[in-house]
Design a protein around this ligand. Structure first.
Ligand SMILES: Cc1cc2nc3c(=O)[nH]c(=O)nc-3n(C[C@H](O)[C@H](O)[C@H](O)COP(=O)(O)O)c2cc1C
Length: 355
């Protein structure tokens, strides 16, 4: 995003780039605490519809993610008891602590959904205030709530009444440029009892275009005393540290940078320990892909796992040598046998270092 679309003077912009001093309780690179939940690490996996199912969350967790989020779950679907929606709540003790993200526009429906979620053992409930997709915003949910503070505060009040555990919200910069309002919304949420916020500093109308405007993260950080998790355009371990230093945020949330690359969490931890960040070996990549498939198959059955894996394989093999023939073959993967066959063919050439 061009900085001119964000309403701040050059001086303010410069000021926002100066990291605020860390909170006394939050040393740089300390663990992150959200409400009563202590995370092992400050780098967390973002909620992603169609991606952060149980299988991927388990793999990210194994690689060191401090917290993993469910895909966004419709509050309406939960309240109506829709089978497909309830399936999003499948969890495993190994991924604890786990955050579930819900979206909706009706305070009572959101509160009822929170009660349903509470019975499933999630540690953190996250409210989606960032989804820009029309299907969601036209119902008044997701990023549309950034434009309706009254409704938003009613939702938070209703949910807070029935959800005693950690409550968070994930927001965008605002609805449309130029005025960023995330800092005002975050302060309001803090007053209403929200325990942490995450901020993806693009406006709803921007979708994913341009760059995430990190100074907005610093602005939110300065406006509240609860933990702030920055999000947007972290595609390397170094970027996670840059975001912390440049914005003063307590946690860093990674979405696209983790798809097909759960090792990014291990790399962040390596760097923090002063070690060379370990990218995956060929063998580790192969093992990860196969495990991802097996976990998906357990969760969804082999045919659906193969369908999901076809998309994920493009991410897992991005930038690898001679991947074009393998990528061409991905369409033929329909089950475990065909996946194993194509994987053996391609990864054998990689292991032998063949051109
Ligand atoms: C495939 C995909 C699905 C997403 N689904 C959700 C979602 O369910 N809830 C949400 O709050 N954000 C969702 N997002 C947004 C991400 O959580 C994140 O805010 C955004 O991708 C910016 O982070 P990044 O630059 O690290 O990708 C999604 C993003 C992607 C790419």
């Amino acid at each position: 995003m061009k900085s001119s679309t964000f309403q701040s003077s050059a001086r303010e912009d410069q000021e926002l780039r100066q990291p605020p001093s860390p909170l006394p309780c939050q040393k740089p690179y300390s663990k992150l605490r959200i409400g009563n939940v202590e995370l092992d690490h400050w780098a967390v996996l973002a909620p992603m519809a169609g991606i952060t199912n149980l299988a991927f969350r388990l793999l990210a967790k194994e690689m060191g993610a401090g917290l993993v989020y469910s895909e966004m779950v419709s509050a309406n679907g939960l309240v109506l008891g829709q089978k497909r929606t309830l399936e999003y709540l499948k969890t495993d003790p190994a991924e604890a602590p786990l955050a579930v993200q819900i979206f909706g526009a009706e305070p009572q429906t959101m509160a009822r959904a929170a009660e349903i979620v509470a019975q499933k053992g999630f540690s953190i409930l996250d409210i989606n205030l960032g989804c820009p997709v029309k299907k969601v915003t036209k119902t008044g949910s997701g990023a549309a709530l950034l434009r309706d503070r009254h409704r938003l505060s009613e939702i938070i009040r209703a949910v807070r009444k029935v959800w005693p555990r950690a409550l968070t919200a994930k927001l965008r910069a605002g609805w449309s440029p130029p005025k960023g309002i995330a800092h005002e919304i975050a302060a309001m949420l803090q007053d209403l009892g929200v325990d942490a916020v995450s901020i993806h500093p693009r406006f709803a109308t921007q979708g994913f275009s341009g760059q995430a405007h990190w100074p907005i993260i610093a602005q939110v950080r300065k406006a509240v005393s609860i933990p702030v998790i920055g999000n947007g355009d972290v595609f390397s371990p170094q970027k996670a540290f840059d975001m912390r230093v440049q914005t003063g945020c307590h946690g860093v949330m990674i979405a696209r940078g983790a798809i097909g690359n759960p090792w990014i969490f291990r790399q962040i931890i390596d760097m923090e320990k002063g070690k060379e960040p370990r990218g995956p070996t060929v063998k580790e990549r192969k093992v990860m892909i196969m495990r991802h498939f097996h976990l998906l198959a357990q969760e969804r059955g082999e045919a659906q796992a193969a369908r999901l894996m076809r998309g994920l394989l493009l991410w897992y093999t991005k930038g690898l040598p001679n991947s074009s023939r393998f990528r061409g073959a991905i369409g033929r993967i329909k089950d475990l046998d065909s996946l194993t066959r194509e994987m053996e063919k391609y990864f054998n050439t990689l292991e032998r270092g063949e051109p």
